[in-house]
Design a protein around this ligand. Structure first.
Ligand SMILES: Cc1cc2nc3c(=O)[nH]c(=O)nc-3n(C[C@H](O)[C@H](O)[C@H](O)COP(=O)(O)O)c2cc1C
Length: 185
């Protein structure tokens, strides 16, 4: 199977997963940034609840979490698709994603206001998984979410921009050229 076939297969397989869509946000050197993430997994319900979050190594958010070892995860509502597009389709290297939107700092982490739920985490392990770093992080504080929340498949239906961006044929040639493959499923 060639890389293109493998990506197309994995994408079609993961389509059935109905993952919530989160903003992963971080503050480093007084600068807020963040990105959309769906590669999020609850890992434990123990005294120290753990989450796993995979961040693409090329994302600015990833470098900032490496540096600060802390981040926030916020759910979004259906009506917040513009925020999802802003945080998921643009890099903080090019734009200040927090400009012109209401946000507040909570325990040193920037959080968009009016999100249906958020949690703050401290990184305890970091695992290299080729294109991504997997951050395993302990919950520090949280607000319980108000349902329903936006998920990846809803966003794909609502936002043509995101649907186009997630079409592998859009970015596969470039990723192959650079030798990196990102599979956002
Ligand atoms: C629906 C969707 C899901 C995404 N899931 C992830 C993810 O789980 N991990 C990740 O690193 N990037 C994910 N991305 C891509 C980042 O949000 C995107 O590359 C962003 O522009 C990175 O911004 P930054 O450079 O400011 O960190 C996703 C994007 C979309 C639209």
């Amino acid at each position: 199977m060639n890389p293109a076939e493998r990506i197309a297969l994995s994408r079609s397989f993961f389509q059935a997963m109905c993952e919530p869509l989160f903003l992963c946000t971080v503050m480093a050197n007084d600068r807020p940034n963040g990105c959309v993430v769906t590669q999020v997994m609850q890992l434990s319900y123990s005294d120290t609840p753990l989450m796993g979050v995979a961040l693409g190594k090329e994302n600015l958010t990833c470098s900032m979490v490496c540096e600060t070892k802390r981040f926030g995860l916020s759910y979004l509502e259906m009506r917040q698709t513009k925020i999802a597009e802003r945080f998921g389709l643009h890099s903080g290297r090019e734009v200040n994603k927090f400009a012109e939107i209401a946000w507040q700092e909570r325990e040193g982490i920037p959080l968009v206001t009016d999100v249906p739920g958020w949690a703050l985490f401290r990184v305890c392990h970091q695992i290299d998984v080729e294109t991504h770093l997997l951050f395993i992080a302990a919950l520090e504080s949280a607000s319980p979410p108000t349902l329903p929340v936006l998920d990846r498949n809803m966003l794909l239906r609502i936002s043509p921009d995101v649907a186009n961006r997630l079409d592998p044929w859009d970015w596969l040639p470039d990723a192959l050229h650079r030798g990196t493959l990102h599979v956002w499923c």
